[in-house]
Design a protein around this ligand. Structure first.
Ligand SMILES: Cc1cc2nc3c(=O)[nH]c(=O)nc-3n(C[C@H](O)[C@H](O)[C@H](O)COP(=O)(O)O)c2cc1C
Length: 155
């Protein structure tokens, strides 16, 4: 299984999680974490699983991820297995907003097969650091989602 993790980051916290996920997934196949700034588009790749993550900013998505998602032609990601995550302040998403929910919705509208609900990971302040245990939680989250994929494949 080939996984592509595309992340946006301002202070490095979302990148740390993307790298932790890639490390965990690399035991199950090829996994690459890449900055959204380093790719020309989201739809020209040969991954089996696409994971998209970004910080929550102003209750929503920063522009790098939004522009790349907006640039995907309708149907191009049809049936692509996908997951969405964000980093944000702890607490209710009704108060903080959640980029992951918006990414999840956009990916679903593009035809992706979302393997799990959107997930948030927490920072202690605007620049971080990540709250204790969040990298481990990110590793566990992708592996759990991958487990679902494997069960789906066997079905
Ligand atoms: C301009 C700006 C707006 C932000 N707005 C929110 C917000 O609405 N809700 C929230 O939970 N966090 C907000 N944050 C905090 C970010 O989520 C935090 O900086 C991010 O998770 C850190 O991830 P990064 O190191 O990958 O950039 C904001 C941060 C910035 C810089």
């Amino acid at each position: 299984m080939k996984t592509l993790i595309v992340y946006e980051t301002e202070y490095g916290n979302t990148e740390k999680l993307a790298r932790a996920m890639a490390e965990a997934l690399s035991e199950h196949g090829e996994a690459r974490a890449t900055s959204v700034a380093g790719i020309s588009s989201l739809d020209h790749h040969d991954a089996d699983l696409l994971i998209v993550g970004s910080p929550t900013q102003r209750h929503g998505l920063p522009s790098g991820i939004r522009d790349k998602l907006d640039g995907v032609p309708k149907g191009r990601l049809k049936n692509m297995a996908a997951l969405a995550f964000d980093t944000r302040y702890p607490g209710s998403r009704w108060i903080t907003g959640s980029a992951a929910r918006k990414i999840h919705r956009i990916l679903r509208d593009l035809g992706c097969r979302l393997l799990a609900p959107p997930e948030s990971f927490f920072v202690a302040g605007e620049q971080g650091p990540l709250e204790p245990g969040e990298e481990d939680r990110a590793r566990a989250w992708v592996l759990r989602s991958l487990g679902r994929t494997q069960r789906e494949t066997l079905r």
